[in-house]
Ligand binder design. Structure first.
Ligand SMILES: Cc1cc2nc3c(=O)[nH]c(=O)nc-3n(C[C@H](O)[C@H](O)[C@H](O)COP(=O)(O)O)c2cc1C
Length: 350
């Protein structure tokens, strides 16, 4: 109800202005607002999702880009998110692309953005993380290169960021998939990714922070196997799939939400197929997930942890409570005591 009222007002205003206003409110009154929206899950054991690299208290996390500044961790970790991913953060502050750069497609429950990694830079994000209380939830930090950093130097941006955030996060993400930083997606070429990981090798010898790579849904399907092999070779924890998709007919930037569902699903399913041979890798599925049915379909194919962004904008915290309720119903139907038991037996459930 509260979110419906907020949305009724907010959707009449410019999308980015509402975003800024919301971040201000959520960072100022995190506890009161999380309580007003329904609070957190009470039985964390029931919904725990075990990955190879970490455990989430709920199978859905917040995707990167909503809390770019890491100023609302206290709020997002007090509603039923299993993990909160902040950023993308770049080493230096940057303003991003000219406005307007965030657009809603209300009837299609989708967004298009060409933000361009607007963020206050790593020092501010780090200080916000240090001030936050993550309520026992997993915290991910999504790392990107500055716009003015050349392709050759990109690997050093990732190294600097890795060093800054490894001790304050539960997982880190190398983001090479935003369509809004010129040349960034070229870093998804296998040789470029290899350079980034080689450059991180020394640092990672003495550090075990789970490391993921976030990829685009626009990659050719036949390149995914190579990415999985690379992830395996460099002992990454896994892959986050997917970022937003380019739809030129809609305009510049990347599209997310229901318009992305089909494409992201194909990429995730191909990855899950290939990852069967590399069982130490985790997939974090994101892109067009907006309901328990989407999750169920993903789980049936072998996926476990998921993230959302756009469906949170269109449904608010209700999307999480609806998913929680549907999981509860499934557990009761099959008399499983927790999600872990459901995952073990999912092939026998419909
Ligand atoms: C306004 C906006 C900003 C985003 N910023 C980032 C970002 O900074 N870093 C990133 O890795 N992904 C970013 N994303 C992509 C989301 O994390 C997610 O991968 C994508 O939106 C697909 O998920 P969804 O369909 O649930 O929205 C952004 C998405 C939106 C809509």
């Amino acid at each position: 109800m509260l979110y419906d009222f907020f949305k009724f007002m907010a959707f009449k205003m410019d999308a980015e202005k509402v975003h800024e206003l919301s971040i201000k409110m959520l960072s100022t009154f995190p506890l009161a607002l999380s309580e007003s929206f329904g609070g957190d899950i009470s039985d964390r054991d029931r919904f725990q999702t075990k990955l190879n690299s970490m455990n989430w208290d709920f199978p859905v996390g917040l995707a990167a880009g909503l809390d770019k500044t890491a100023s609302c961790i206290d709020f997002f970790s007090r509603i039923p998110f299993g993990a909160v991913e902040v950023g993308t953060v770049t080493p230096l502050a940057q303003v991003g692309n000219p406005k307007p750069r965030l657009f809603r497609y209300k009837s299609e429950e989708s967004l298009r953005n060409c933000m361009g990694f607007n963020n206050p830079g790593s020092e501010v994000v780090l200080s916000n993380i240090l001030k936050s209380d993550r309520n026992g939830k997993m915290l991910g930090v999504n790392l990107g290169k500055n716009k003015l950093t050349t392709a050759d130097e990109a690997k050093n941006d990732y190294l600097k960021l890795y060093r800054s955030f490894k001790d304050v996060s539960d997982y880190l993400v190398i983001n090479v998939s935003s369509p809004n930083t010129p040349g960034l997606r070229d870093l998804q070429r296998h040789d470029s990714m290899r350079e980034i990981f080689i450059n991180l090798e020394e640092e990672r010898k003495t550090d075990s922070t789970p490391l993921f790579i976030k990829i685009s849904p626009d990659l050719p399907l036949d390149s995914l196997e190579g990415i999985v092999e690379l992830a395996n070779e460099f002992k990454l924890s896994g892959i986050i799939a997917t970022n937003t998709t380019i739809m030129e007919e809609r305009g510049a930037g990347g599209v997310s939400g229901k318009l992305l569902t089909a494409k992201a699903k194909i990429v995730r399913e191909r990855l899950l197929e290939v990852m069967k041979d590399h069982t130490s890798l985790d997939l974090i599925g994101v892109g067009g997930i907006s309901s328990f049915d989407d999750l169920w379909d993903y789980w049936k194919k072998g996926g476990r942890a998921a993230q959302i962004y756009s469906s949170f904008i269109f449904q608010g915290p209700t999307v999480l409570f609806d998913i929680q309720k549907s999981i509860d119903e499934k557990l009761n139907q099959y008399q499983f005591k927790n999600l872990e038991e459901l995952f073990l037996n999912i092939d026998h459930c419909d």
